[in-house]
Design a protein around this ligand. Structure first.
Ligand SMILES: [Zn+2]
Length: 358
């Protein structure tokens, strides 16, 4: 993918930087880990520090000093997580801030304005994430709303996409000449119903987006069902455009989905688990808090080439967790992200050598 702030090799895993920060990891280390693109959350940044402030600071890239691509979600998923605090109408969603209880309103048009104001490279359409489980009639109604909102998102985005806070001087010179404008991706919903997923995919493809996401997964359904929905929906989306599965998954899942043809994934798992002392390694999951690591001189993952495994022992990481040192979160997160990003890098290399076109 060639984006305004640089090229991204796919399949790609995107670390989550909820409030313009991948928790515990400074931007220069994200670069060292070869993170190509990060995800930021529109809902959180809209509430604090506010998209207008970020726009005045020159956009998200300049504000956080991250000069590679950024994808923003639409705010929909977070707003819909506020079960008790929201009211959905045709026009949009009224919700109360989780910070101070203040009343706010998000519509497809407003979500586009916020994401454009943040200066995102990839903007996501405003959708309703259908809860799980959902009755057929409920999923049907929810999808119809998402499709109407997709049209409104696209219309407003096309009219305003030039209003990004960055200019030619902020754009990295890539291998191919690149449009200075962000891209808007459509999101396939439809709950766990294959006919609704098919209809969603067909309608969105008719609207002609430059990329497509499969949303509404990882919402509590069994993993087998997640896989099934991806397998059935993916072939309905154009192969020559990026296909993104939102909010997945464990290391073996992201490999499985990438092998099925998914180009982009994001998940809080490697960063969130790290802060709880859970490390993903070539030998499986490791709870570093475990007493059996107290005098273990080995690196967290003997197979891993990362800056943490090259330097620190399991015994030391366990001690940091036990002592509740902030460095524990930093080192654990660096390793987990390295593990995820490296898994995808190896996969890309393997796909490249086995690709029939090569
Ligand atoms: Zn490592």
């Amino acid at each position: 993918m060639t984006l305004p702030h640089g090229a991204v090799e796919t399949p790609v895993f995107m670390p989550v930087g909820t409030v313009a920060s991948v928790k515990a990891v400074p931007q220069h280390l994200l670069e060292e880990l070869n993170a190509q693109i990060i995800l930021s959350n529109t809902y959180h940044l809209y509430l604090r520090p506010g998209h207008e402030l970020i726009r005045r600071m020159g956009g998200l890239h300049r504000f956080m000093s991250w000069h590679r691509p950024v994808l923003t979600d639409s705010g929909g998923f977070q707003v819909f997580s506020l079960n008790e605090l929201r009211k959905v109408t045709e026009e949009g969603v009224e919700f109360r801030s989780h910070l101070d209880g203040g009343l706010h309103f998000f519509s497809p048009e407003h979500s586009m304005d916020v994401q454009i104001g943040l200066g995102s490279d990839i903007v996501m359409a405003f959708d309703e994430c259908t809860e799980y489980p959902a009755e057929y009639t409920r999923a049907r109604k929810s999808l119809d709303l998402t499709l109407r909102w997709a049209e409104r998102s696209k219309r407003h985005f096309d009219a305003h996409k030039h209003e990004v806070p960055w200019g030619a001087e902020d754009i990295s010179p890539g291998p191919a000449p690149c449009d200075l404008r962000p891209s808007l991706f459509g999101i396939v919903q439809g709950g766990m119903y294959q006919d609704l997923r098919r209809e969603a995919a067909e309608r969105l493809v008719e609207m002609d987006f430059p990329g497509y996401a499969i949303g509404g997964l990882s919402v509590g359904e069994p993993r087998e069902l997640t896989r099934e929905i991806i397998a059935e929906t993916l072939p309905l989306l154009p192969k020559d455009k990026p296909r993104y599965v939102m909010g997945v998954g464990y290391p073996d899942e992201i490999v499985e989905y990438a092998e099925m043809g998914v180009d982009m994934m994001d998940c809080v798992l490697p960063t969130r688990a790290a802060r709880h002392g859970l490390l993903f390694t070539s030998e499986g999951r490791l709870n570093i808090k475990n007493r059996r690591f107290a005098e273990d001189q080995n690196p967290p993952d003997p197979e891993c080439q990362c800056m943490v495994c090259g330097r620190y022992s399991r015994a030391y990481l366990r001690h940091l967790m036990a002592s509740q040192e902030p460095l524990a979160a930093v080192l654990n997160t660096l390793h987990n992200l390295a593990f995820y990003l490296d898994t995808m890098r190896r996969l890309r290399e393997r796909l490249e050598t086995t690709s029939p076109s090569k």
